[in-house]
Design a protein around this ligand. Structure first.
Ligand code: DX5
Ligand code: ZN
Length: 220
C-alpha cells in the first residue's frame, strides 16, 4: 500500500512582497506543509528570514510550518522559532554534530517536532547514530543556499539507504527531500521511498500552483 506523498512548497521562491498571500495561495492549491528556509549567511552563503517574518505570516495558513534551519548555531534561536509558530524545526547534522540529541530534546520541549537535515556529500552513516532522536530526515538534493538549482542524482542511493533504515527501525519517520524537485525528479524521489517533497521553484515558478503541486505529488 502506498502512503500518500506530501508536498511542501518552499516559500524561498515566493514573492516576498506578498508572502502572506502566496502562503494562502499554495494552501488553497493543495499544499500539505509550508517549508520555510532560514539561512544565516554562515552555514550557507545566503541570508533569508527569521522569527518575526514567520510570526507575521503564521496566520496565513493552518498547515504545519516546516522550518529548515540552515544555521551554524541553531540552538540559540530554537525557542524564538517555536514561539513564532514553527511546527517542525529541522537542523543540520553538519552544524550540530554530537549536540544533535540535546537539540532534538530542546525542540520537543518547546512543543515542536525535530527534523535532521543532511547535505548531499555527507554520508548517511554520519546521521544514523542520531536518527532515533528525530521524527523527520531531510536529505538535501542540492547544496543548500539557493532555490532553482539542479537535483543531484548522486543522492539517490542515500535516499534508498535511508528508506531501508526507516522501514526497518522507524516506519513513522518522514523521509523528505529538498532541492531541484520537479515532476521528473519527484518521481525518482518517490520511487526511492521519499514521503515529503519540498519544492520551491517548481511550485512558485508555475502560474498554476494547483497544477504544479499535483505534478510534484504524482500518482493519479
Ligand atoms: C535550498 C533550500 C530549498 C530551496 C529549494 O537551500 O533549502 O528549500 O528553496 O528550492 P528549489 O525547489 O527551487 O530547488
Ligand atoms: Zn529547504
Amino acid at each position: 500500500m502506498n502512503r500518500r506523498v506530501r508536498v511542501a512548497p518552499s516559500i524561498l521562491s515566493a514573492d516576498f512582497s506578498r508572502l502572506g498571500a502566496e502562503i494562502r495561495a499554495v494552501t488553497r492549491a493543495g499544499a500539505d506543509v509550508i517549508h520555510v528556509d532560514v539561512m544565516d549567511a554562515h552555514f550557507v552563503p545566503n541570508l533569508t528570514l527569521g522569527p518575526p517574518v514567520i510570526r507575521s505570516v503564521r496566520g496565513a495558513s493552518s498547515l504545519p510550518f516546516d522550518v529548515h534551519l540552515m544555521m551554524t548555531h541553531p540552538q540559540k534561536y530554537l525557542e524564538a522559532f517555536a514561539k513564532a509558530g514553527a511546527d517542525w524545526l529541522t537542523v543540520h547534522v553538519e552544524a550540530c554534530g554530537r549536540r544533535l540529541p540535546a537539540v532534538a530534546r530542546a525542540i520537543r520541549s518547546m512543543g515542536a517536532r525535530p527534523g535532521v537535515a543532511i547535505n548531499p556529500e555527507t554520508p548517511f552513516s554520519r546521521v544514523v547514530p542520531y536518527l532515533n532522536h528525530f521524527d523527520l530526515l531531510l536529505c538535501m538534493t542540492v547544496h543548500p543556499g539557493f532555490g532553482g538549482q539542479k537535483f543531484i542524482t548522486d543522492v539517490l542511493p542515500k535516499l534508498r539507504m535511508a528508506h531501508v533504515w526507516i522501514s526497518k527501525h522507524r516506519p513513522d519517520m518522514i523521509l523528505s527531500v529538498d532541492g531541484g524537485i520537479d515532476e521528473r525528479t519527484a518521481r525518482m524521489a518517490r520511487r526511492s521511498g521519499v514521503t515529503l517533497l519540498v519544492a520551491g521553484s517548481a511550485v512558485f515558478g508555475n502560474a498554476d500552483y494547483e497544477k504544479a503541486i499535483k505534478r510534484v505529488r504524482g500518482g493519479r
